[in-house]
Design a protein around this ligand. Structure first.
Ligand code: NI
Length: 260
């Protein structure tokens, strides 16, 4: 049997897919993409993700609101996240976390932290893994994740991991997974290549963050899960193993974490 790629993080509700969403998703299986987790990014993405997971047997959902949308999260939104996370195809709470790259104000940081914590609470109470977005917020993210994991969580993925080997070690020691995507194929991604060489394959998962971050040789174009073989090949090369092994082990990792 051919190995099937497990895509742990994409945004197929994004308007970039409006012209051809249906034909694109219909082509996944024939191209070796066996499962996809659609990650909610915005408040509006909640319903859109549910629609996708109900329409496509191989699409699952991560339910949550991205830090970019922290100022739009109300008590009602949190209640909705909790209810939707009980959907049989909801496999994680995400993407949640901190983004200080796009948001520089202290007040914004505090609001993001509050909404991040509120969603980590939901992950714990609903017994679901979390999926973290963290940009230019290494220390605060690590402190919050550490605090929650110490008090009992159900695992998680640090999506689009972008920090150093030292930070990676902290997350790996907590038993978490690192999401590796197109950036690993970029020539200048020295830090990430080091992380991939260092981290055990048993704690890596594949992701694209589609429509963003397309790998070489498609860098700059719209991304889709069909590009994942390039990511697997880059990881394989860095670790001196075959692409087939990367695909097989990362699929097992994702299924184990997400209980599929
Ligand atoms: Ni994303």
């Amino acid at each position: 049997m051919r190995e099937m790629i497990f895509e742990t993080h994409a945004h197929y509700d994004d308007e970039a897919f409006d012209p051809d969403r249906e034909t694109l998703l219909a082509s996944m299986e024939a191209n070796g993409i066996g499962a996809i987790v659609n990650a909610c990014a915005s408040v509006d993405g909640l319903e859109a993700t549910v629609e996708l997971m109900e329409k496509y047997p191989f699409v699952y959902g991560a339910i949550g609101v991205h830090p970019d949308d922290a100022d739009r999260v109300t008590e009602e939104t949190l209640q909705k996240i909790r209810l939707l996370s009980r959907h049989p195809k909801a496999v994680a709470i995400g993407e949640i976390g901190l983004d200080y790259y796009w948001h520089k104000e202290k007040e914004e940081h505090l609001l993001q932290q509050k909404m991040f914590r509120a969603q980590m609470e939901i992950a714990r109470e609903e017994r679901l893994p979390f999926m973290i977005h963290s940009r230019e917020a290494a220390e605060d993210t690590l402190n919050i994740v550490r605090e929650y994991v110490k008090n009992g969580m159900y695992g998680g993925i640090i999506h689009c991991f972008s920090y150093s080997k030292e930070i990676a070690r902290e997350y790996l020691n907590m038993g978490l997974y690192l999401g590796i995507g197109g950036v690993v194929t970029f020539k200048n991604a020295k830090k990430l290549k080091e992380v991939v060489q260092y981290a055990p394959l048993s704690q890596l998962v594949l992701e694209t963050d589609s429509p963003y971050l397309a790998p070489e040789p498609n860098r700059g174009k719209r991304n889709s899960s069909l590009n994942l073989p390039y990511v697997a090949a880059a990881i394989a090369q860095l670790k001196g193993i075959t692409s087939a092994e990367v695909i097989e082990v990362t699929e097992q990792n994702a299924r184990k974490l997400l209980k599929l």
